[in-house]
Design a protein around this ligand. Structure first.
Ligand SMILES: Nc1ncnc2c1ncn2[C@@H]1O[C@H](COP(=O)(O)OP(=O)(O)O)[C@@H](O)[C@H]1O
Ligand SMILES: [Mg+2]
Length: 368
């Protein structure tokens, strides 16, 4: 087959294809590949293949694999190669195979290598998400177990202290009061750690209702705390969203936990705001064909709560959803883990992206 014939076929393919001569110069790439690599045919033809396709750490390996392919025709597949595309990294799988054309007029065209490239970002995200979900569930269970063990003897300690107070002279009450108030504080903490064990009470909910409630709560709390300051809440709603089956009170708790974190981050680090007005954005969207926990849903509602605060501290970014992980001196680290729990019970998931100046928590809730 000549190059025009290859082109005519691969131009219509959705798989990204690169055709390479035996000296590794690029002969052709199809439109799907131009889109994937964000590179025009014209520019690509001037670049050595290795600089485009192979990640830097990997040059040696790839060269060996390519020469083996040319020598004995053995195709190979490289998984999860990290390609630098523009300023971003893209993860792809690719397969290289040899095409031999004995009638080719040009020596270099007698042996060609065909690359088929598949972007993997989405698959990686899904497997990572499953892995994280499992880990969070284990951590939650652990915390529940500990909370349970702490809580058990507290009732006994409280009762015994009250009895003891009766037998002590007046002055002893000061000490027994300290024991009782600390026991009460621990009991409250243990209850929060245990979280709600109530299953969600599902009913049809317009997701903008809990969002609006949270907006009102956040604004009034902010005003009472910082009467002289300003907090902006921008609403960017898709009002055509359908109602979903959910527990409205639990959704309020989730959104409140997330929005409260955002407000805390924006107000506790005023110098990190560099003069920006603390701003929250509430956004709602509908997504088609979206996978959550390996289930493909036809429609999913996405709710974003975005802030322009300092961002999640780098060392916490991988672990904020774990229970007891906190970046604040008096935080419990339970807010996000409880939120995660609730959203899981709604068959949904929470994702978070954060850089200084922009933190977005996204809730994904299936609609069906
Ligand atoms: N919008 C945000 N901006 C910056 N940091 C955040 C944001 N949301 C959460 N965090 C970080 O995640 C940590 C965990 O949050 P959370 O689970 O609610 O526990 P807590 O609020 O009790 O610390 C916070 O302490 C904070 O460091
Ligand atoms: Mg919190």
């Amino acid at each position: 087959m000549n190059i025009e014939q290859y082109q005519r076929i691969t131009d219509h393919m959705l798989t990204a294809i690169i055709l390479v001569r035996s000296d590794l110069s690029i002969e052709y790439l199809n439109p799907a590949c131009e889109a994937l690599l964000e590179l025009s045919q014209f520019r690509a033809l001037k670049q050595p293949l290795l600089s485009i396709l192979i990640d830097q750490d990997d040059q040696f390996d790839a060269q060996v694999a390519l020469s083996r392919l040319l020598a004995n025709g053995q195709p190979y597949t490289r998984r999860e190669a990290v390609l630098k595309i523009g300023l971003r990294d893209k993860v792809v799988d690719y397969t290289a195979s040899l095409i031999v054309d004995n009638d080719a007029p040009d020596d270099r065209a007698r042996h060609r290598i065909l690359f088929e490239i598949q972007p993997m970002d989405r698959l990686l995200r899904i497997s990572r998400e499953e892995h994280l979900t499992q880990q969070h569930a284990i951590a939650r269970q652990l915390v529940r177990g500990v909370a349970h063990e702490i809580k058990n003897p507290l009732g006994g300690i409280r009762g015994a202290t009250q009895l003891l107070a009766r037998t002590l002279p007046e002055a002893g009450a000061e000490y027994t009061d300290v024991i009782i108030s600390e026991v009460d504080r621990l009991r409250h903490l243990a209850d929060t750690m245990l979280g709600s064990r109530k299953p969600p009470a599902f009913a049809l909910v317009n997701v903008h209702e809990p969002l609006e409630r949270v907006r009102a709560l956040i604004l009034s709390q902010f005003l009472s705390q910082f009467p002289a300051d300003q907090l902006q809440v921008i609403r960017d709603y898709d009002l055509s969203l359908p109602e979903i089956r959910a527990d409205k009170d639990q959704l309020i708790q989730v959104m409140l936990n997330i929005a409260a974190n955002a407000v805390q981050a924006m107000t506790e680090n005023k110098d990190h705001m560099q003069g920006r007005t603390p701003t929250l954005i509430f956004r709602s969207r509908i997504l088609r064909m979206f996978t959550i926990h390996s289930v493909l849903h036809r429609s999913v509602i996405q709710l974003d709560i975005e802030d322009n605060g300092p961002g999640i501290p780098e060392e916490l970014i991988e672990s904020v959803f774990y229970p007891m992980v906190t970046g604040r001196a008096n935080g419990t680290g339970l807010g996000l883990s409880i939120a995660q729990d609730i959203i899981h019970q709604h068959a949904g998931m929470i994702e978070c992206h954060s850089i200084p100046g922009k933190t977005v928590f996204s809730l994904f809730l299936p609609w069906e």
